[in-house]
Design a protein around this ligand. Structure first.
Ligand SMILES: NC(=O)c1ccc[n+]([C@@H]2O[C@H](COP(=O)([O-])OP(=O)(O)OC[C@H]3O[C@@H](n4cnc5c(N)ncnc54)[C@H](OP(=O)(O)O)[C@@H]3O)[C@@H](O)[C@H]2O)c1
Length: 327
């Protein structure tokens, strides 16, 4: 089959088209004929080497949509030909066929209607993450106020809408550039601020109280400033290092003295240690898509062979919404 892979870490140019044998579905797995693969920041970091070197050829891609092509042993509830969105914890989505754990294959025919393959190409990593950060890590409660960083991107734009669906009262966002602020307004924010001076803007907007929850996939100074805008008993839920800053070494006393909490989310760990929770979050979020409460904004569809171009744009921070590769 045709796939996009890399044999060394580096810039987008290390991604190249390769011919590899079709993968097989083992016990508890499904083989999917891929229609669309979502492009995610995690795959940029994978290529750059943040998760280690390739072994020996890595095929990136943590989410895809398509039809079930074969079932491994001990798989129930799915049939060959079913349309699904798959979360791929070990990558492999930038390819004609991908193998996913069956519990992370989300049926697109839901009780509320069928989700199309195009939309579904950008959901299986994004939705469980956005839902899990809010409901799991941040313990969002109805009436909470929320601030979401990098809100024009894949996880950010979904998280804004899921926060509303879970009962958030006020939802603010930050973005890295003014054109993204204009774009992000379509997701129903109360306000979108430039990230460089969000601290003062959030304090002004909340009359000095701050917010109950901050979602931070950026890190570094953004994470430090996020702690400063928490209302009493507020939570900063962090789930990424998009700016690739060195890790922070923080004293704990300020958490105690200011009634603050820091909480983390990593989908890989949830997939290994609480796979049923991941499935529950994914299914709940997909129902929100099927019901129309959450819109996945596919802004760009490139051919599989143009994966490097998609990576280049994302690494430079120029993407908005969801970018897909059509396989
Ligand atoms: N923990 C998990 O399980 C998990 C799962 C999925 C995703 N994530 C994380 O969630 C975040 C969003 O992922 P995504 O795939 O949806 O990507 P995305 O938001 O569509 O794109 C990445 C965004 O990061 C922001 N960014 C901040 N600093 C940047 C820098 N120095 N270079 C490039 N971009 C920068 C940019 O937004 P601005 O222009 O607004 O700065 C950019 O649009 C990433 O940090 C990712 O690692 C975590």
């Amino acid at each position: 089959m045709r796939a996009i892979g890399f044999e060394e870490n580096g810039g987008p140019e290390v991604l190249r088209t390769v011919e590899v044998p079709n993968p097989d579905a083992g016990p508890g797995e499904v083989l999917v004929r891929v229609a669309y693969a979502g492009v995610n920041y995690a795959e940029v970091q994978h290529r750059l080497g943040d998760f280690g070197p390739p072994d020996p050829l890595d095929i990136p891609g943590m989410e895809a949509s398509g039809h079930v092509a074969a079932l491994g042993e001990n798989v129930s509830g799915l049939a060959v030909g079913d349309p699904v969105a798959v979360y791929l914890p070990d990558g492999g989505g930038y390819a004609e066929y991908a193998v996913a754990p069956a519990r992370f294959a989300f049926p697109l025919r839901t009780s509320l209607g069928e989700i199309d393959l195009r939309t579904a190409g950008g959901v299986a990593l994004v939705l469980p993450t956005a839902y899990g950060v809010l409901a799991g890590a941040a313990r969002l409660r109805p009436g909470d106020s929320v601030l979401i960083h990098a809100v024009a991107g894949g996880v950010g734009s979904a998280a804004a809408q899921i926060a509303r669906a879970l009962g958030a009262d006020t939802v603010y966002g930050t973005v890295g550039s003014s054109d993204k602020a204009e774009y992000a307004k379509r997701f129903g924010y109360d306000a979108v601020f430039p990230r460089e001076d969000f601290l003062g803007a959030v304090r002004d907007a909340t009359g000095g109280r701050g917010v109950d929850v901050v979602l931070d996939p950026v890190g570094g100074p953004t994470r430090l400033a996020s702690l400063e805008v928490l209302a009493p008993f507020g939570r900063v839920a962090f789930y990424g290092e998009a700016a690739r800053h060195p890790d922070l070494n923080l004293p704990l006393l300020p958490l105690w003295k200011n009634n603050r909490a820091l909480t983390g989310y990593t989908i890989g760990d949830v997939s290994r240690r609480a796979p049923d929770v991941l499935r529950t979050h994914g299914l709940a979020a997909l129902e929100l898509v099927a019901s129309g409460s959450v819109h996945i904004d596919v802004t760009d569809i490139l051919p599989l062979a143009a994966a490097a171009q998609a990576h280049e744009r994302m690494q430079a921070g120029r993407n908005v919404g969801k970018t897909l590769l059509a396989v």
